[in-house]
Design a protein around this ligand. Structure first.
Ligand code: GCO
Ligand code: MN
Ligand code: MN
Length: 388
């Protein structure tokens, strides 16, 4: 039996904020001590991760002086090089400080919006210094509880102006970032702007340099909205916009849980891994989750190992799925191809349109056909349950 031990070639990454999560929640204090960034780097490398991602303030406290910043960053870089970990993605904390309580790029206060731009540029400098190629925007505070402020249309404009500004900044500095917008429907705001992958994709088309922007979909976020994560990821792939991905798990209709990948909905996780692995996606497989609040440090590493193992197990299951002759026969039977119709419908021409309009279809036969999905899905279940 394979041991499902990850290697850097699997491109697994974790955020400093994920394995560094101390178990604090809105109702209770931390349940485990904070661990320093260089130690997290060492432990992640030992577990076989490829990289580590960060918000500016995961590493450098918001009130650090310039010299404190430099020595923290130097120590972190040393740990990265000692343990062979990379930083593929960086982002800005625009949600923790009270200054951002009513939004960062979408605050009604122009001074807050300017401060958010300043903080993001400095954080982009840090990310570039650490070698990050992807820069994520998760607008945690970009939203409202009440709409009495009447700023909805303004907010979209302010958000757009900020992203356009930052794309220019990246270019002017030669950073070459690819930007990834991370949608989430709610929490911490009651309603967050650009709540789903579809909303983000629509918004990207309105930016000055849409080619520099893609999405960072998250399993939990689409699930919180009651949506199917694989469908969202497929749309992002189809649009050429899957720049990054946040893997975790979530019960629908709950608070933001950030569960271990595959912990709640293993079947959904399997279809996601199958989609991702067959799509040619070459970016990081980033786990944006954390250990249960009940856990101690051993539980944190069991959580991290579990995320990666589950991914690798599903990757192997996807290979088995592709090699299972009964499943492949059921799949082949599910699809009906017709060469003559493909000719007619492939490209529009007045002749094709006329021929298609004149054609007779046997509606009753089309409606009567059984596609075999019950059997195909049961075969998939049995494969996942380990009896095939
Ligand atoms: C959340 C988000 C964040 C972002 C992170 C990186 O629900 O809190 O998923 O974890 O991913 O800020 O942008
Ligand atoms: Mn999240
Ligand atoms: Mn996330």
């Amino acid at each position: 039996m394979p041991d499902y031990t990850p290697t850097p070639a699997d491109k697994f990454t974790f955020g400093l904020w994920t394995v560094g999560n101390t178990g604090r929640d809105p109702f209770g204090e931390p349940t485990r001590p904070a661990m320093k960034a260089p130690y997290l780097v060492q432990k992640l490398a030992e577990l076989g991760a490829w990289g580590v991602n960060l918000h500016d303030n995961d590493l450098v406290p918001i009130s650090a002086s310039a010299s404190e910043r430099d020595s923290i960053v130097a120590e972190f870089k040393q740990a990265l090089s000692d343990h062979g970990l990379v930083v593929p993605m960086a982002t800005t904390n625009l949600f923790n400080d009270p200054a951002f309580k009513d939004g960062a790029f979408t605050s009604a206060d122009a001074r807050v919006r300017a401060y958010a731009l300043q903080k993001t540029m400095r954080s982009m400098d840090l990310g570039a210094e650490l070698g990050a190629a992807t820069y994520v925007f998760w607008g945690g505070r970009e939203g409202t509880e009440v709409d009495a402020g009447g700023k909805l249309l303004d907010c979209l404009g302010w958000f757009r102006d900020s992203l356009n500004f930052l794309a220019e900044y990246s270019e002017s500095q030669g950073y070459g970032y690819r930007f990834a917008l991370e949608p989430k429907p709610n929490e911490p705001r009651a309603d967050i702007f650009l709540p789903t992958v579809g909303s983000a994709l629509g918004f990207i088309a309105t930016l000055d340099k849409p080619e520099q922007f893609g999405v960072n979909p998250e399993f939990a976020h689409e699930t919180m909205a009651g949506l199917n994560f694989s469908h969202a990821v497929a749309q992002a792939i189809d649009a050429g916009k899957l720049f990054h991905i946040d893997l975790n798990d979530q019960k629908m209709g709950r608070f933001d849980q950030d569960l271990r990948f595959g912990a709640e909905n293993p079947k959904g996780a399997f279809f996601l891994v199958q989609l991702l692995e067959s799509s040619g996606y070459a970016g990081p497989r980033h786990f944006d989750a954390h250990a249960l609040r009940t856990e101690d440090e051993a539980g944190v590493w069991a959580f991290a190992r579990g995320c990666m193992r589950t991914y690798l197990i599903f990757k192997e299951k996807a290979q088995q799925f592709a090699q299972d002759s009964e499943i492949q026969a059921a799949l082949a039977a599910y699809r009906v191809e017709d060469a003559e119709l493909a000719q007619l419908t492939g490209t529009f021409s007045p002749q094709n349109a006329e021929a298609l309009k004149a054609r007779t279809f046997d509606r009753a036969a089309l409606g009567a056909r059984g596609p075999g999905l019950e059997q195909l899905d049961q075969l998939t279940m049995e494969l996942l349950l380990g009896i095939r």
